[in-house]
Design a binder for this molecule. Structure first.
Ligand code: COA
Length: 330
């Protein structure tokens, strides 16, 4: 008998803060218009966490749902991995440690991953490896962001794009390949680091201007590389696994800009009905974007066990990654 074990995406959960920041609201903050934002990005509104709501708090809310939907108790979790570019603290303690503590989970592996908007694919990759090594059984992975904390609300080139939120999932064990994470590929190219950055470290740049306390982005250049990379990445993972785009049930791209999503979708011939879209209501929530989108489709009863999901992410670093997953949740 073949006893090979595979990693499985067992459940999903998400949380969006209550406060809505609409394009109309932004019109009174910077020189922009609802029409421009919708036309250039597809974003209509985004969520903003309250002052006392931290990235870990958003992550905890999403995690509770994911743990419950996997039919687990917190004591069943044997690792917590968090992807974020807006950690509660700069480098330590890790937001994953804080999330674990707030959930009452102790004495297990907990750490953060910094891979910007590709963060969820990166932690999925790590969780898959840890599960398939046979060492771990139930890993909580969390993509959580309070991007409003690093945005300059006088810079119309960035503040219109991003929002706050969190998504979480349980990666567990299966012996059934039809409910397994089939493949994940991740990559990076640091030569593009300067095009998308959060504030620089005071240790290396003690004399930085105040403007460098915020996220910096060369939007137009990021846009071009994003379209090219997201497209080639998806073509590569489909070819590698001998899967046609028509076999994919749900295409779940990173929700940065509707024009980026549509450019990739059209190149790959994915119909809009098969593409999960949340960018209009949450904007770009970086590491939380893909799990929030999976959750949205799940809560709309669109995703069922065994469905083939195709994830595709791109972000600062630059980092990128894609994954083919037979959904393993109920
Ligand atoms: N409202 C109104 N006008 C704006 C604006 C805003 N919020 N932001 C920029 N503009 C203006 C620019 O100043 C420029 O004006 P000019 O022609 O007089 O110089 C004009 O609009 C076009 O600017 P450009 O930067 O070329 O627009 P764009 O079509 O590239 O759209 C982004 C800008 C930021 C929406 C787009 O580049 C983008 O989405 N980039 C990718 C961002 C991203 O995904 N980042 C995260 C990666 S994970």
């Amino acid at each position: 008998m073949d006893n090979k074990i595979f990693a499985s995406l067992k459940s999903i959960g998400a949380y969006a803060p209550k406060k809505i920041l609409s394009n109309k609201d932004l019109e009174s903050m910077v020189d922009t218009s609802d029409e421009w934002i919708v036309q250039r990005t597809g974003i209509k509104e985004r969520r903003i966490a309250s002052d006392d709501e931290l990235t870990s708090d958003l992550g905890v809310m999403a995690s509770k749902l994911a743990i419950k939907r996997a039919g687990l108790k917190t004591r069943d979790i044997d690792a917590v991995i968090c992807a974020t570019l807006t950690p509660d603290f700069l480098c330590m303690p890790a937001t994953a440690c804080i999330i674990a503590s707030k959930l009452g989970i102790k004495n297990i592996l907990a750490f953060d991953v910094s891979a910007a908007c590709s963060g969820f694919i990166y932690i999925l990759y790590l969780a898959k490896s840890l599960i398939e090594s046979g060492v771990h059984k139930n890993i909580l992975i969390v993509g959580a962001e309070k991007l409003s904390s690093v945005l300059d609300y006088t810079d119309r080139g960035t503040c219109i794009l991003f929002g706050d939120g969190a998504g979480a999932a349980i990666v567990g064990v299966t012996t059934d390949k039809r409910e397994a994470i089939l493949d994940i590929q991740i990559s990076a190219d640091g030569d593009y680091a300067h095009l998308l950055m959060t504030p620089r470290s005071r240790a290396t740049h003690p004399k930085d201007e105040k403007t460098l306390e915020y996220l910096q982005m060369a939007g137009n250049e990021v846009f071009k590389v994003a379209v090219k990379t997201l497209t080639s990445d998806v073509i590569e993972i489909l070819n590698k696994n001998n899967i046609k785009s028509s076999q994919v049930n749900h295409f779940i791209p990173h929700q940065a800009n509707l024009r980026i999503i549509n450019a990739v979708r059209e190149k790959l011939d994915f119909p809009i009905e098969k593409t999960v879209l949340t960018v209009h209501k949450y904007g770009n929530t970086s590491a939380a974007s893909i799990p929030m989108a999976i959750n949205e489709a799940y809560e709309d009863n669109k995703i069922k066990k065994g469905d083939l999901l195709l994830l595709d992410a791109f972000g600062g670093g630059f980092t990128w990654g894609s994954s083919l997953i037979y959904f393993g949740g109920e």
